[in-house]
Design a protein. Structure first.
Length: 157
């Protein structure tokens, strides 16, 4: 019986620590700045500035499922999209959970909506989805080490 009480007390302590850690995760102004800078560069169709918000060897998975590695390749991908289907598009980003996993490493997730993208027929194609970012701190600012944007799969029939 005493062992059961000790186990229950240990479990309660572990849960309390876990809940305290979860509630201690506050908004980080540096994450807000990264999102604001990213959104502003997107609005200006500024591929070079967008790419500067990634590490030199970052990995980006686009909503279409493409894989791009490296800041230079990411810049080229954004430039091609801004010259083509994303011309005039805007983006809204909603920050979700943010979890530090090391002194200078964090993972964040949220949702996004891109408005103004045109399909092959020239008609608007709204894009909504979720993202997961791995971020590292460089010179006191968060930058993206990896970014995966996904759109929901169509409903199964």
């Amino acid at each position: 019986m005493r062992t059961l009480r000790i186990a229950a007390a240990v479990l309660a302590a572990v849960l309390a620590i876990g809940l305290a850690s979860a509630s201690a995760q506050t908004k980080d102004p540096a994450v807000d700045k990264l999102v604001a800078d990213w959104t502003a560069a997107f609005a200006k169709a500024d591929a070079k500035t967008l790419a500067s918000l990634y590490t030199e060897n970052a990995i980006r998975i686009s909503p279409e499922g493409g894989r791009v590695v490296g800041r230079e390749a990411i810049s080229k991908e954004f430039a091609a999209n801004f010259a083509g289907p994303w011309k005039g598009a805007t983006i809204k980003i909603q920050i979700g959970a943010f979890q530090t996993v090391g002194a200078d490493t964090a993972v964040g997730e949220g949702t996004y909506e891109v408005v103004g993208v045109k399909g092959p027929d020239g008609k608007p194609v709204p894009i909504k989805g979720s993202y997961v970012n791995t971020m590292v701190k460089q010179n006191g600012a968060w930058v993206l080490a990896s970014n995966a944007a996904v759109v929901p799969a169509p409903p199964m029939k």
